[in-house]
Design a protein around this ligand. Structure first.
Ligand code: HEM
Ligand SMILES: *[C@@H]1O[C@H](CO)[C@@H](O)[C@H](O)[C@H]1NC(C)=O
Ligand SMILES: *[C@@H]1O[C@H](CO)[C@@H](O)[C@H](O)[C@H]1NC(C)=O
Ligand SMILES: *[C@@H]1O[C@H](CO)[C@@H](O)[C@H](O)[C@H]1NC(C)=O
Ligand SMILES: *[C@@H]1O[C@H](CO)[C@@H](O)[C@H](O)[C@H]1NC(C)=O
Ligand SMILES: *[C@@H]1O[C@H](CO)[C@@H](O)[C@H](O)[C@H]1NC(C)=O
Length: 323
């Protein structure tokens, strides 16, 4: 009798264990390369740091690269693959999502292949580079979990599944939830817009003929709307015209949230976070407390780095082509 119940509880414990271990997801770890390639993170840091000195646009671009990579097919470096005659890759997807500065990741990877061949995945290089650019812009630092594998598939059309700068909060929440990310993750990660620049096409629909009732999006601060209209007149001959996402666009800080509170978010999707009760209180708390934002941003970046991690991938030798 006692034996029987012991056996039942052992079986129950085993089933419990099985359900607790997410079998489909590869486990990442902070010390993944400690034995195989102890200098990996240093090589990446040196490369990213040097590139950022030559081109101050690099940090924002690499941070955005990580987000786009992880949101399409998971963090598998599918974004780095070049198009082939048979296949149009993510890189060449719908134009207004275009990410740049791929050469920095390729440079780091070339150096890594010399130091420790066939060891460090391109997906891990992006994740580490994204952490490094935040830290070197005076933002938080966190331990990057590693051990991702690189995918073999990249499809241009799938970039349609990225959230749009015109999305409302419900759509944004759903888009993040599909990747296992919470409302807090949405608000914290949107803080990535403390760095960088946007072209007019990503927000000018808010400025002219916004809706039947309003010429401009009523959630924009009126002074700020005037400024944006000056930068993005109609017609606009300058394809490079646009606006910085934050007045301190090369410093990682909580200014982004302070600006949203004032109605000075550049994208409709940024400002929407302050118009919805589900997200407004989080925006408010990050605007008031930079340390809280830093902690939550770091935690959410670790979660973003876990999205769709694959086990049956490869360690690409060259990030732009499959082995
Ligand atoms: C919440 C949904 C998001 C939307 C709708 C969105 C949309 C955009 C758009 C439209 C641009 C400007 C593209 C251009 O016109 O050149 C942009 C830039 C940027 N995004 Fe996001 N984004 C989102 C989330 C994120 C996240 C999660 C991060 C990183 C954690 C991020 C980091 C960046 C950065 C750093 C830039 C500036 C890039 C540069 O200066 O080259 N974004 N985003
Ligand atoms: C630093 O970056 C510049 C510009 O990308 C490049 O020409 C140079 O070779 C790099 N130097 C090192 C040591 O990586
Ligand atoms: C991309 O997706 C859209 C909408 O889902 C579809 O209409 C279009 O034909 C697709 N294009 C390609 C090249 O697959
Ligand atoms: C949010 O946007 C989606 C897609 O455009 C739309 O279907 C939905 O009605 C919008 N929700 C609200 C509350 O405006
Ligand atoms: C791309 O830009 C155009 C305006 O130039 C806009 O109509 C469209 O919604 C944008 N697409 C995305 C995914 O942001
Ligand atoms: C706004 O819409 C009206 C009617 O559709 C059009 O005549 C006008 O040219 C538009 N203005 C701008 C600035 O796009």
């Amino acid at each position: 009798m006692v034996k029987m119940s012991l056996m039942i509880s052992a079986v129950a414990a085993f089933i419990l264990l099985l359900t607790m271990v997410p079998l489909s997801e590869a486990a990442l770890s902070a010390n993944y390369y400690d034995q195989m390639c102890p200098q990996a993170e240093n090589i990446i840091y040196q490369t990213v740091c040097n590139a950022s000195i030559y081109d101050p646009k690099v940090p924002a671009r690499l941070l955005r690269m990580f987000f786009h990579d992880c949101f399409i097919r998971g963090c598998d470096a599918s974004l780095l693959l070049d198009s082939t005659p048979e296949n149009k890759a993510e890189k060449d997807g719908p134009p207004n999502i275009s990410v740049r500065s791929f050469y920095v990741i390729d440079d780091a990877k070339t150096k890594l292949e010399k130091a420790c061949p066939n060891t460090v995945s391109c997906a891990d290089v992006i994740a580490i580079a994204a952490r490094d650019v935040v830290a070197m812009s005076q933002g938080p630092w966190w331990n990057v979990l590693k051990g991702r594998k690189d995918g073999r598939v990249s499809i241009a059309n799938e970039t349609r599944n990225l959230p749009s700068p015109f999305s409302n909060t419900t759509t944004l929440i759903q888009s993040f939830a599909k990747r296992g990310l919470s409302i807090k993750d949405l608000v914290a990660l949107s803080g990535g817009h403390t760095l960088g620049f946007s072209h007019c096409s990503s927000f000018s629909a808010r400025l002219h003929n916004f809706s039947a009732e309003h010429f401009s999006d009523p959630s924009i601060n009126s002074e700020f709307a005037i400024n944006l209209k000056k930068k993005c007149p109609i017609p606009n001959k300058d394809h490079n015209a646009g606006e910085f996402l934050d007045s301190t666009s090369s410093t990682f800080d909580n200014d982004y949230y302070k600006r949203i509170v004032m109605g000075k978010g550049v994208f409709g999707s940024d400002q929407a976070l302050f118009e919805d009760y589900r997200t407004r209180w989080i925006v408010d708390s990050f605007a008031k407390d930079e340390k809280l934002f830093f902690r939550e941003f770091a935690a959410s970046m670790v979660k973003l780095g876990n999205v769709g991690v694959i086990e049956d991938g490869e360690i690409r030798v060259k990030c732009s082509i499959v082995n």
